[in-house]
Design a protein around this ligand. Structure first.
Ligand SMILES: *Cc1c(COP(=O)(O)O)cnc(C)c1O
Length: 353
């Protein structure tokens, strides 16, 4: 069976070494040594000034919305994983969808201003497949209208834009370290924030609002990463370079051998050092996609329809028509991409096209 992705398992001995440290410390959560160590390593690795590790990649979005969007209207993309939209609704904010750019697949910044009302408080956009949104233009619009910018950067581990970590853009960026993501801690995630004061607020919000054992800064939730999750992260981290290298080769192979008269690929934004996180291809019609998907499935190859359906069509988001997002969602398929996918697998996949 060839799945769309396969979780990277570090050598068991590596993981056991970190577990031994946990047993020795007799400390499982509440910012133990391993969480702090993983934070320090990631800061260096990624080149970010601040990071707060969390228990998954959804709570950081909710915390950012709670602190910055304050129950208002949130301008967002319909082309993302469902967590982007569900977090908005869960936080009692209203998602206002703005269609996507048909090639970059990120929110179409030229349509944002028309969607702003008196109730708009924030923009929550996804750098989908690790492809940056138009950061400069979104920043300009946000400044002009006094809006906060939150980036769902769940797919962006290792991505650089103009030589700098993509996590360093927006008021807040969030990431997911779920087992299916590029870098993982089993379940996990992170909050990135440049501003010291805001970062502090997000930090205490992720730990019940605690400021010491008996003092509270304000309302908070529990989104803390545990030592067990950090142990996985510390075990995976040393292998990231090799993982990225292997993925790069697979992406080149697809690039060299797919027939781009029949399908097209994602257009990456200029000045981006990408992370080879996904290999989406866009068919001309949904029928063509379904035909290829069926043929692949018959050979035990399971690509995924990331991201389908378009989020503006969810039954809890009200009615809106997003022409590009609905069209792309119905025609886009992510091909298998993971470290151990070898040439024979790739040939088998490509033969079917
Ligand atoms: C995976 C993902 C999330 C959610 O992250 P979890 O760690 O699974 O909670 C949010 N947004 C996007 C775009 C994702 O792909």
């Amino acid at each position: 069976m060839i799945p769309v992705t396969k979780t990277f398992f570090p050598p068991l001995e590596d993981y056991q070494e970190h577990l031994k440290r946990i047993w020795k410390n007799q400390w499982l959560t509440n910012r133990g040594k391993l969480v702090k160590e993983l934070e320090a390593n990631l800061k260096t690795e990624l080149g970010v000034p601040n990071i707060t590790l969390t228990t998954n990649g959804t709570l950081p979005i909710q915390i950012a919305l709670k602190v910055l969007a304050k129950g208002g209207e949130v301008i967002t993309t319909p082309f993302s994983y469902v967590a982007t939209t569900s977090a908005i609704v869960w936080e009692n904010c209203t998602p206002i969808f703005v269609d996507i750019h048909p090639e970059y697949l990120t929110i179409d910044e030229t349509k944002i201003e028309a969607a702003i009302t008196e109730k708009t408080t924030a923009i929550l956009a996804t750098h989908v497949f690790g492809n940056p949104c138009n950061l400069e233009e979104i920043e300009r619009i946000a400044q002009k209208h006094g809006l906060k910018v939150i980036y769902d950067a769940a797919h962006c581990y290792g991505v650089k834009y103009k030589g700098e970590s993509l996590f360093n853009y927006g008021d807040v960026s969030t990431c997911s370290f779920h087992a299916t993501k590029l870098f993982h801690t089993g379940e996990g995630g992170a909050i990135f924030c440049q501003n010291k004061e805001l970062n502090h607020k997000l930090f205490y919000s992720h730990n019940f609002g605690h400021n010491g054992p008996e003092d509270f800064h304000g309302v908070g939730i529990n989104a803390k990463m545990s030592e067990l999750q950090a142990a996985m992260g510390l075990s995976v981290l040393p292998y990231m370079e090799g993982i990225l290298e292997a993925r790069k080769e697979i992406v080149s192979f697809y690039d060299d051998h797919l027939d781009f008269t029949k399908v097209r690929k994602l257009k990456l934004r200029e000045d981006t050092d990408w992370n080879y996180s996904y290999y989406p291809i866009i068919f001309e019609t949904e029928q063509q996609l379904l035909k290829v998907q069926k043929k692949l499935n018959e050979q035990e190859i399971f690509p995924r329809r990331y991201f389908y359906p378009s989020l503006n069509t969810l039954n809890y988001t009200g009615k809106s028509k997003m022409v590009h997002s609905e069209s792309i969602s119905s025609r886009i398929l992510c091909l298998p991409l993971y470290k151990d996918l070898d040439i024979s697998h790739l040939i088998k996949i490509l033969e079917i096209f």
